[in-house]
Design a protein around this ligand. Structure first.
Ligand code: ZN
Length: 231
């Protein structure tokens, strides 16, 4: 006969193996759930894409397929991203003594930490071999480009399964969220890149590469103040 202590001792020995088995089962359940979710999502994407002739219809229909909690989560990040987008495009209009003015050096820090946390919506450089083969401005074509002879009448991206798949699976979460739902859960890559580059080039060499007038040029003209003093 085993004593109570001996039984307890044996149970202790058995439990790591049992725990591992339980963990493996839980992992498998989670994996199956994830696969089912992806399968449902692919079905929704296919059905919705066929019915939507415009990008606004596509995004609106896809947003409806999201659960309320997930939708609110994405909307909160999108609101923050759009604030940064406004500051990167039109922030130069705000004078240093006005409400809402953000020093470019501070804005650079904010956007970099946002990008570090949330990533970029790829619209210029792509990871996917399929998208790299396309001209970058053709990747995000919508219904307004579909009739353009100059562009070769490209299909809207949601009607082009290989392109949509590459945007959703090979370019990171922010690109996926934008392709499927039109939410900026990261910053637009091209805008972010040129904004940063121009602020730095302008401050360092007073030479701005792209576009001809950068954020700092416009700021200096609008407020008759040299950007470095505001940096
Ligand atoms: Zn400039």
């Amino acid at each position: 006969m085993l004593s109570d202590e001996q039984v307890a001792e044996l149970k202790k020995l058995a439990s790591p193996a049992e725990q591992a088995e339980e963990a493996a089962k839980a992992e498998k359940r989670e994996y199956m759930k994830q696969k089912q979710r992806e399968c449902r999502e692919r079905k929704v994407i296919k059905e919705v894409a066929e019915q939507c002739a415009t990008i606004d219809e596509w995004w609106a229909a896809m947003r409806k397929s999201l659960g309320l909690e997930r939708r609110e989560e994405l909307e909160a990040i999108d609101r923050e991203a759009r604030d940064y987008i406004i500051l990167m495009t039109d922030g130069w209009r705000i004078a240093p003594n006005e409400d809402g003015f953000v020093k470019p050096s501070v804005l650079l820090k904010w956007i970099d930490s946002f990008v570090e946390e949330h990533g970029l919506v790829h619209d210029y450089w792509f990871d996917s071999e399929h998208l790299k083969e396309m001209l970058s401005f053709k990747v995000w074509t919508d219904e307004s480009h579909a009739k353009s002879k100059a562009l070769g009448k490209p299909k809207p991206f949601w009607w082009d399964p290989p392109r949509l798949k590459a945007l959703c699976e090979e370019e990171g979460q922010a690109t996926r969220d934008f392709a499927l739902y039109g939410y900026y859960t990261g910053l637009p890559q091209q805008m972010w890149h040129f904004f940063k580059q121009n602020i730095k080039n302008h401050a360092a060499e007073r030479k701005c590469c792209y576009p001809p007038e950068c954020w700092s040029c416009k700021f200096e003209k609008a407020h008759r103040i040299a950007t470095p003093t505001a940096l």
